[in-house]
Design a protein around this ligand. Structure first.
Ligand code: DX5
Ligand code: ZN
Length: 216
């Protein structure tokens, strides 16, 4: 079944608990962490993850858009992250392997994320050791951008490698997912859809989550 991970980047941070309760019909809470270096924006960090952990039973999918993410993955796990994803572009291959090992040592699920310009093959050194692969369908940094349909061949390629090498691994798309773009993501092989503005701008949030889940 397709899973929906609303991004709280589009929530009202002054009413974060209310806005997390509004997405109770979803499967994950997607938390976008930005450091102003890896991406040109600064959002939220460890104290916010710690504060939202007790207000929901949903797993927290923490997307680290920070340089050298291995420096902080353990702190995010301790704060209550269930899945921690790191960008392959954010450090050396060896350091990314070490970051994944640190997440696993904390008993949490690990994932790797690819920016739009990063080729699908960049996932291969990590594919057999992660629980989640993520294809960015916008340039990371901001919510509300236009979906990049030209990322669908990358999703399809990674789906075929997952089926072959690590069938339990999930495949997430992140950025610009909305009712008119979710179908092609599912078609290409994604099973987790991140959606920020499409969820939080909806008048009926549970209905929008159901709509994205069925791909139209
Ligand atoms: C972008 C973030 C996304 C973003 C998604 O850097 O990683 O998770 O918040 O927002 P929408 O769905 O509005 O593109
Ligand atoms: Zn994200």
């Amino acid at each position: 079944m397709v899973k929906i991970a609303p991004s709280i980047l589009s929530a009202d941070f002054a009413n974060l608990e209310r806005d997390i309760h509004r997405i109770a019909a979803a499967d994950y809470v997607h938390v976008d962490v930005m450091d102003g270096m890896f991406v040109p924006n600064i959002t939220i960090g460890i104290p916010v993850v710690r504060s939202i952990r007790p207000v929901t039973d949903l797993p927290l999918d923490v997307h680290l858009m920070i340089v050298q993410p291995g420096r902080y993955v353990e702190q995010f796990c301790d704060a209550g992250a269930d899945l921690v994803t790191v960008h392959v572009e954010a450090d050396t291959e060896e350091a990314i392997h070490q970051a994944i090992a640190k997440i696993h040592a904390k008993g949490k699920r690990a994932g790797v994320v690819l920016k739009p310009a990063t080729p699908a093959e960049a996932v291969l050194p990590f594919l057999e050791e992660v629980e989640l692969g993520v294809v960015m369908t916008v340039e990371p940094g901001f919510g509300g951008q236009s979906f990049m349909a030209d990322m669908m061949p990358k999703v399809a390629a990674i789906r075929s490698w997952i089926d072959e090498k690590n069938p339990g691994c999930e495949l997430e798309v992140d950025g610009g997912v909305a009712p008119d773009t979710c179908g092609q993501c599912i078609e290409a092989g994604a099973n987790v859809l991140v959606a920020g503005s499409a969820v939080y701008k909806a008048e009926d949030i549970p209905a929008r989550i159901a709509q994205l889940r069925c791909g139209r």
